[in-house]
Write a protein that binds this ligand. Structure first.
Ligand SMILES: [Zn+2]
Length: 338
């Protein structure tokens, strides 16, 4: 066969390659992600003349690929292309009169997904160099790798997710990791979710992508962090299970206060105001980052607590800085992953 190349410009000035070039042309820059940009008929980086199969994306772009590579990478393509008889049975169409040996296989994935999959599969390409995919695109790539039975591609995607875990919407990344039982990635993503309020409708909608078990695990993780911090603020002694999660009175009393039973002296309604504010913010942001912010501690509603004078010393009972440090210590000892 003698593939010839011809091209024309559309009204938007985008170059379309109508047939497979001989490989002399420079690859075209194309944006395979944005649906607004007209796609070249052929994906410029997959036009090798010695390839023998044509994949057609859902948005109409063709990829000339090597069946030998596809068979090695994919259980699906192994079944379709691996045996000569299965190839002849497969319902294919000729791409052009000049390409008698070529088969066109129409797939349901858009071109950006196919290109990413092929970039992972082909030994002389790399997915990691082809730019940062949006999370939607990344998820579609995972689904395609799953659908076409490409375990090594999924493994590469798992490593990519791990390396870029902070770049994705954390709850969606968590849900995806759960889907594929990527334990480490689910743990890493769960930590990232702590800056989000799991109670919002938006969060719940995102969690629907996770398994029921995975969703429950993440919700429990968020609630547990809140519950443990509140238990510490209630001076509930959970010593038998989590020794560090107790606020120690000597650590928060001012140096002058020698009250033996400070809790019986302190006006606990003042303490409750502090606890309420912490709980309110902790529910929205269970990473507790606000506790590191001095502005939080300077809230005027806490002034009466800082000013509270105990009987023994006739001076303020609590040390504001020490209390902050003590609560941050408890925060640091809360569970950090699911
Ligand atoms: Zn005292």
């Amino acid at each position: 066969m003698e593939p010839s190349s011809s091209s024309s410009s559309s009204s938007s000035g985008v170059l379309f390659i109508h047939q497979v070039p001989q490989g002399r042309q420079e690859p075209l820059e194309s944006d395979c992600i944005s649906p607004d940009v007209a796609l070249p008929e052929w994906q410029p980086t997959y036009i090798s003349p010695d390839a023998d199969v044509v994949l057609l994306s859902s948005d109409g772009q063709k990829f000339r690929v090597h069946s030998s590579i596809m068979v090695l990478a994919s259980g699906f393509f192994k079944g379709m292309l691996g045996l000569p008889q299965s190839r002849s049975q497969h319902n294919v169409e000729q791409t052009s009169p000049n390409a008698a040996e070529d088969e066109t296989i129409a797939l349901q994935e858009r071109s950006g997904v196919l290109k990413a999959i092929l970039d992972i599969v082909y030994p002389d390409r790399t997915f990691f160099d082809s730019g940062d995919p949006t999370f939607d695109l990344f998820r579609e790539i995972c689904f395609a790798a799953e659908k076409y039975d490409m375990p090594s591609v999924l493994q590469s995607l798992q490593l990519f997710l791990r390396a870029t875990i902070r770049d994705h919407p954390p709850i969606l990344a968590y849900a995806l990791a759960c889907r594929y039982s990527w334990t480490k990635e689910a743990e890493l993503a769960s930590t990232e979710t702590l800056s989000h309020n799991i109670r919002t409708q938006d969060s719940m909608d995102q969690l629907k992508h996770a398994s029921m078990e995975g969703a429950m695990q993440l919700i429990r993780f968020h609630f547990t962090r809140c519950d443990l911090l509140i238990a510490a603020l209630d001076f509930t002694d959970t010593r038998h299970t989590r020794a560090p999660l107790v606020i120690e009175w000597p650590a928060i009393q001012s140096s002058r206060c020698k009250c033996v039973k400070p809790r019986s002296h302190l006006d606990m309604s003042l303490w409750t105001v502090l606890k309420y504010h912490i709980l309110e913010k902790m529910e929205k942001s269970p990473d507790g980052a606000f506790l590191r912010n001095r502005e939080f501690w300077d809230h005027s509603e806490f002034n009466r607590l800082w000013d509270f004078v105990c009987d023994c010393s006739r001076t303020p009972m609590l040390d504001k800085n020490n209390l902050r440090e003590e609560i941050l210590r408890v925060l640091e000892n809360l569970p950090k992953t699911i």
